[in-house]
Design a protein around this ligand. Structure first.
Ligand code: FAD
Length: 374
């Protein structure tokens, strides 16, 4: 009987694993892939996300550093910067592998290439079935990401209004060319993907180029991506990768009697920007801390509920208001994104949200006071 079994070794699972190991829990992490593995992503790690790591990010993982953004809508473009770093660009195969190694370092058991098929809660334990084995644990953390069905033991799958679809490609490029095009900025193109945006992010040897929007409003993501690549002068043949992304800020059940959901499985993503790494890392850590309180500090199983309030207190309001902001912006895109791409003040304030020196609640209030969005 383990104290905790963690399903999935992405950022949320690996962070839960590391924290569980540090706290002294008897933990097993099960990951279906062999690591390092590819994960479709822009690879933009906010300083907010980095602040949750309890170790220095090694130099070799850092591919680019960003202080600002070029925000584009049709023929309008505006660029703004801060005098500090906002984002660090990483490749997810490397970054996720690092997080998993950091979890292993604490002595927890990690089985890769072992897919979990089911999790069954009983009053005393959770039974976890894989192709190879059946395990028991007092608690289970499901960190299977946006895909996968294990999460349905707690909540229904998201509807087409509740998740986004993304298509991403890595476009090879020389450093000089990337510097000339982007410098220390990312590009965000609005109006190219329903309810979302297209992006061009700088990496060491490639651009991450992608589009993502709400599933209902972006019925043909591949076509939108091909159009976006063409419009931006990326004319080669690129491997396209599709992936779901949950829309954060929606109320979802994330706690059962012995099971917790973390990261994308819980829907913890910024609905406007698509940032999920910070919330994946932090929710994984919080899940392990709550379980440690029960297993090692004399808590009761019902204390598991604390996980929900801890997540709510740390980032729940932020995600709720990012959804509201996203809805305001995408309701009348012609008007709102024209304002966004003509007001340096607004992009500057938005960068404060990215840097987390302002929250979405204050940003939304400030935007509504300063601009007429209808
Ligand atoms: C195209 C795209 C671009 C994005 N860009 C950014 C960005 O630039 N910045 C940002 O902050 N966020 C970004 N995100 C969001 C970010 O990728 C996610 O929020 C983050 O990966 C969530 O981490 P996770 O650990 O919850 O899930 P994942 O990273 O998806 O990890 C889940 C893991 O669980 C494993 N797994 C699944 N099922 C099982 C099973 N049954 N048994 C065992 N293992 C299993 C998987 O193999 C995987 O390794 C982007 C998302 C997409 C789709």
């Amino acid at each position: 009987m383990y104290d905790v079994i963690i399903v999935g070794g992405g950022p949320s699972g690996a962070s839960a694993g590391r924290r569980a190991g540090i706290l002294g829990l008897d933990a097993l992490l099960l990951e279906k892939e062999d690591f390092p593995r590819y994960k479709p992503c822009g690879g933009a790690l906010s300083d907010h996300a980095i602040s949750y790591l309890d170790f220095e990010l090694p130099e070799e993982v850092i591919e680019w550093e960003v202080t600002g953004a070029k925000v584009i809508f049709k023929e309008q473009m505006i660029e703004a910067h801060k005098d500090y770093r906002l984002l660090t660009l990483v490749s997810r195969d490397v970054f996720d592998n690092l997080l998993l190694e950091k979890a292993k370092e604490t002595g927890i058991k990690v089985h890769t290439r072992e897919k979990v098929l089911s999790c069954r809660e009983t009053p005393e334990f959770v039974e976890v079935e894989t192709k190879e084995n059946t395990y028991r644990a007092k608690f289970v953390i499901i960190s299977e990401g946006a895909h996968g069905l294990l999460k349905t033991c707690l909540r229904p799958l998201d509807t087409k209004d509740e998740y986004g679809v993304c298509v991403v490609a890595e476009v090879p490029a020389e450093v000089k060319e990337i510097e000339e095009r982007l410098g220390k900025a990312i590009e965000m193109h609005f109006g190219v993907a329903g309810g979302g945006y297209g992006w061009v992010f700088p990496h060491k040897t490639y651009y991450s180029v992608g589009v993502g929007g709400i599933a209902r409003d972006l019925p043909h993501p591949k076509e939108a991506m091909l159009e976006f690549l063409k419009e931006n002068g990326f004319e080669g043949e690129y491997k396209l990768h599709g992936h779901k992304i949950p829309r954060g800020g929606i109320k979802r059940k994330v706690v059962g009697s012995r099971i917790l959901l973390c990261g994308d499985a819980a829907g913890f993503v910024d609905a406007f920007s698509g940032e999920g790494l910070a919330y994946a890392i932090r929710s994984g850590q919080l899940a392990a801390e709550v379980i440690s309180g029960i297993c090692l500090e004399g808590g009761k199983a019902k204390d598991l509920k604390k996980y929900e309030s801890l997540c709510q207190a740390e980032f729940g309001t932020h995600l709720k208001y990012s959804l509201m902001f996203s809805k305001v912006m995408h309701r009348f895109p012609e008007k709102t994104f024209r304002i966004f791409t003509s007001s340096e003040k607004m992009v500057d304030k938005y960068l404060e949200v990215v840097g987390l020196s302002m929250d979405y609640k204050d940003f939304l209030r400030w935007s509504l006071l300063n601009f007429k969005f209808k």
